[in-house]
Design a protein around this ligand. Structure first.
Ligand SMILES: Nc1ncnc2c1ncn2[C@@H]1O[C@H](COP(=O)(O)OP(=O)(O)OP(=O)(O)O)[C@@H](O)[C@H]1O
Length: 512
């Protein structure tokens, strides 16, 4: 880790304090890399799911959604390659007894070289000011060239060793680069070996007759095995997509980054079926659409970047990650993959069933090619939470903690606050709640002074506070306070629905 340890710690403790995320089975000291979502977390998660589902399914006539089961016929995972190849290379440190992903140790080393190069570039930028030509500097400065060249060489060699399953060479690379245990500095490593990430379980009553099953490690295969069911019953014509949100399970080797890497997590995936030969055009299309989707939430475009893969998975002919600037640096948030016809072909072979599409324009049967967009719901949650959490200095020397969640995702859209707990104000506030609750998740709060209630709602991420005072009884107006600007406005009670809708409606957020 490094970049911003304090921010990360704050995110984790804030998530707990405000009912977003708890360690799973915490009273028994938790379960490593498994988490529960609390009362606000469950709402935020549901809203992220809705935002994705509406953007992908509701807004596209040619994309439909399904909900496949977690347990699948075991041959699915043979066909997909997961039984044979869903492995991570692991390495143990003999002194510290800590376990690491060998490829990640090497990648982290390479990342440091990139940071060193960037530092040189930044220094020169400062020195030369406006005249600075970054491209020219990068391609001529000996130090920068050395760092970048070494990085490239290392990553290429790692890619080759992993593709050839040459684990001895991965170990050799770790030794040559003198990579030490990041926690303890020890270089006393075991050999590198493969570890399958799927969780196994059994179907059936008796041990002898039981069938070995797996908890699905990705939701994608539930879509592929249903390709024909959906295509035929939905009379879908290529190009079309099938979307799904659901749990996936991976027995991750290193799982120390809160909800970034979990053993039980959720994915939001869409598989888009296209004509063979058209796949790279659609790949570019979906890269762009998905990046725009992230931008639409207004968390800062500088927080996102593409990372094109040089090292491709066995099923892909192009792949890119959308990376997000997490508190521990830029990391994968979403993958966009051109999966070719690998999956459907493999399922044809293993099931003996044809998974083809008759294209009436081409008058031809073919196995479609597939573009996948795959995002981790929990990672998305972490990106939103970490970009939204702010500590703000206020006039007069005080400060506030505010969770600037995009209003469309906020768990509670408005808090209704009677100024005092008497004179009929609570009753009027409750009337307002009873009207608004048909359309929005709202919360009634009468405890503590009004300033403290505002702070509490700021920290919980509620975009609007509605205060009911004595004038409200007379003229049916209330004060609306906006979380981000702290601006206050007097409005009619009858206008509240329209005001909340303007701030929080999907229509006002998604930009296509
Ligand atoms: N263990 C996990 N915990 C939470 N989210 C995950 C996990 N593994 C994958 N995801 C999410 O699912 C998405 C698609 O899965 P994919 O198989 O492409 O990930 P991956 O490339 O294996 O991820 P990583 O390289 O970080 O392990 C990822 O972009 C990520 O957001």
């Amino acid at each position: 880790m490094a970049k911003n340890d304090d921010l990360f710690k704050n995110v984790i403790s804030h998530a707990k304090e405000y009912g977003y995320i708890f360690a799973s089975s915490e009273i028994y000291d938790g379960l490593s890399a498994v988490y529960d979502y609390g009362q606000n977390g469950a709402e935020l998660k549901k809203n992220i799911k809705d935002y994705w589902w509406k953007s992908m399914v509701q807004m596209h006539q040619n994309i439909v959604g399904i909900d496949a089961s977690i347990l699948m016929h075991p041959t699915t995972w043979k066909a997909s390659g997961h039984v044979d190849a869903f492995n991570d290379p692991l390495i143990d440190n003999k002194d510290s007894k800590r376990r690491y992903r060998a490829d990640v140790l090497v990648e982290d080393y390479a990342e440091k070289l990139l940071q060193k190069a960037q530092k040189e570039i930044d220094k020169a930028k400062k020195r030369f000011g406006e005249d600075f030509d970054e491209e020219q500097f990068t391609s001529t400065n000996p130090r920068v060239m050395r760092y970048l060249g070494q990085r490239k060489e290392i990553l290429e060699r790692l890619g080759r060793s992993l593709t050839n399953e040459d684990l001895a060479d991965v170990k050799a690379l770790i030794e040559e680069l003198e990579i030490a245990d990041p926690e303890t500095g020890s270089r006393n490593w075991t050999e590198v070996r493969q570890f399958n990430l799927m969780f196994g379980t059994k179907l059936g009553a008796s041990a002898e007759s039981a069938t070995q099953l797996y908890l699905r490690p990705e939701t994608a295969q539930g879509i592929f095995v249903n390709f024909l069911n959906v295509q035929k019953t939905g009379r879908m014509k290529i190009p079309f997509g099938i979307a799904q949100i659901g749990k996936a399970f991976r027995n991750e080797i290193v799982a120390r980054q809160f909800i970034f890497r979990m053993r039980e997590f959720e994915q939001m995936e869409m598989q888009f079926f296209v004509r063979p030969g058209d796949e790279l055009k659609w790949y570019e299309h979906w890269k762009e659409v998905r990046l725009k989707w992230h931008y639409s939430l207004g968390l800062g475009q500088e927080n996102y970047r593409f990372h094109d893969h040089d090292k491709l998975a066995h099923y892909a002919n192009a792949a890119a990650d959308i990376e997000f600037d997490f508190p521990f640096g830029f990391k994968e948030l979403e993958g966009v993959h051109s999966r070719t016809d690998f999956d459907l072909k493999a399922h044809e072979e293993h099931s003996g069933k044809k998974l083809r599409f008759y294209d009436p324009e081409l008058k031809e049967n073919y196995v479609p090619y597939v573009i996948e967009t795959s995002i981790g719901l929990d990672r998305m949650f972490l990106s939103v939470l970490s970009a939204a959490l702010k500590e703000e200095e206020l006039e007069g020397g005080s400060s506030r903690t505010v969770l600037k969640l995009p209003a469309v995702l906020a768990p509670t859209k408005a808090a209704i606050l009677p100024l005092v707990k008497k004179d009929g104000l609570p009753e009027l506030a409750q009337e307002i709640v009873d009207e608004l609750k048909w359309d929005f998740k709202v919360q009634y709060d009468e405890k503590d002074a009004i300033g403290r209630r505002y702070r509490r709602q700021d920290a919980a991420g509620t975009p609007l506070c509605i205060t009911v005072d004595h004038d409200s009884l007379e003229d049916k107006t209330v004060t609306v306070r906006f979380r981000d600007s702290m601006e206050q406005k007097r409005v009619k009670i009858s206008e509240l629905t329209a005001i909340i809708r303007k701030e929080t409606d999907f229509r006002n957020w998604l930009k296509l």
